[in-house]
Design a protein around this ligand. Structure first.
Ligand code: NAD
Length: 302
């Protein structure tokens, strides 16, 4: 048995087609959607996300502007900057690029982003609505992972779900998204760094979400036969030859690298029924959910 791959690219394309129509609807009413990304100081990793966001916005006819603030910006200055964006009716959504300089606490900023412009779903008010089961927006990666699971067509009621990783942007919101229905929710368990025996949990799980950032953390023998695995992890690892030695890139003279998730996918494919690949699984859905949140915020602002 080899597991079916859950194709995030194809699902993202389908969702974007629906969103495009909604964005055209706003255009027809004379409303242009606009996202402002705020970056403080320079960061290579953040650049990658900025480029992805920019590309997605261009494709979807959403205006995207990157506001680059100096690395010496204080928390007070950043809060004032956010306040101006909150009050600017031409701005649909605000993205706070991470990391911020260590002197600034991201939570102090996230709480000040207007909930109606909180396209990343990280404001405590929106988190609270998620607890109530009444959310308008939610953290993008968590939503993307759950959308990918739902695309499998699996019935969630009665299922055992294990979520590995309990961050605020992924693990915790997945937990809440799993508990949205009063009568049809599955039974989620969250494992994390202090969990004594993660495999004791995953072996019983019908569905496993993993968002840790450790390549090879989830091994085939930890999975229940026929389970569904959503791999959210992103790790850069060296490419190895048949003897396990690193392959050197002739052009750069450096080891060749590739992107993998947290699951030993090739072996896991022989145990589970469906698995999301990395890359090409949850990744393309994260930015799609950012667009979805933008559309939802625009509706909310109306
Ligand atoms: P994080 O560092 O905030 O959290 C990691 C979590 O893993 C923590 O809850 C920690 O308790 C848990 N953990 C660490 N070691 C563990 C272990 N041995 N066993 C069980 N749990 C363990 O990370 P994050 O921001 O939630 O990101 C997690 C992964 O998801 C990263 O690889 C990140 O790159 C990836 N990610 C992907 C996307 C995407 O778009 N696909 C978006 C965000 C994050």
């Amino acid at each position: 048995m080899s597991a079916q791959l859950l194709d995030g690219e194809a699902l993202a394309k389908r969702i974007k087609e629906g969103l495009k129509k909604e964005i055209e609807g706003f255009k027809a009413k004379g409303k242009e959607l606009k996202l402002i990304a705020v970056q403080v100081g320079e960061n290579a990793a953040s650049r990658v996300y900025v480029n992805q966001q920019k590309k997605a916005c261009e494709e979807m006819n959403i205006k995207y502007e990157l506001k680059e603030l100096a690395a010496v910006t204080t928390e007070k200055e950043l809060l004032d900057f956010i306040e101006n964006l909150n009050n600017d009716s031409s701005v649909t959504g605000i993205i706070l690029q991470m990391p911020l300089p260590k002197e600034i606490d991201p939570k102090n900023i996230q709480v000040k982003i207007s909930p109606k412009k909180d396209v990343e779903g990280l404001n405590p008010y929106n988190m609270g609505l998620l607890v109530y089961g009444k959310h308008v927006v939610a953290p993008c990666t968590a939503m993307g992972a759950v959308e990918l699971l739902k695309s499998s067509g699996v019935e969630l009621k009665g299922k055992e779900v294990v979520i590995i990783g309990h961050s605020e942007i992924v693990g915790k919101p997945i937990l809440l998204l799993m508990l949205q229905s009063l009568t049809e929710s599955p039974t989620p368990t969250v494992c994390h760094i202090a969990t004594k025996d993660t495999s004791a949990h995953t072996k019983k799980a019908d569905i496993v979400f993993v968002a840790v950032g450790k390549a090879g953390l989830v091994k085939a023998e930890m999975l229940k036969p026929g389970s569904i695995v959503i791999d959210i992890g992103i790790n850069r690892v060296p490419v190895l030859d048949a003897d396990g030695a690193r392959i050197i890139d002739e052009k750069t003279g450096k080891p060749k690298m590739k992107t993998v998730g947290d699951v030993e996918t090739e072996k896991a494919k022989e145990v589970c029924s469906m698995i999301s690949p990395v890359p090409g699984g949850v990744g393309p859905l994260t930015v799609t959910m950012l667009i979805k949140n933008t559309v939802e915020c625009a509706k909310w602002q109306e």
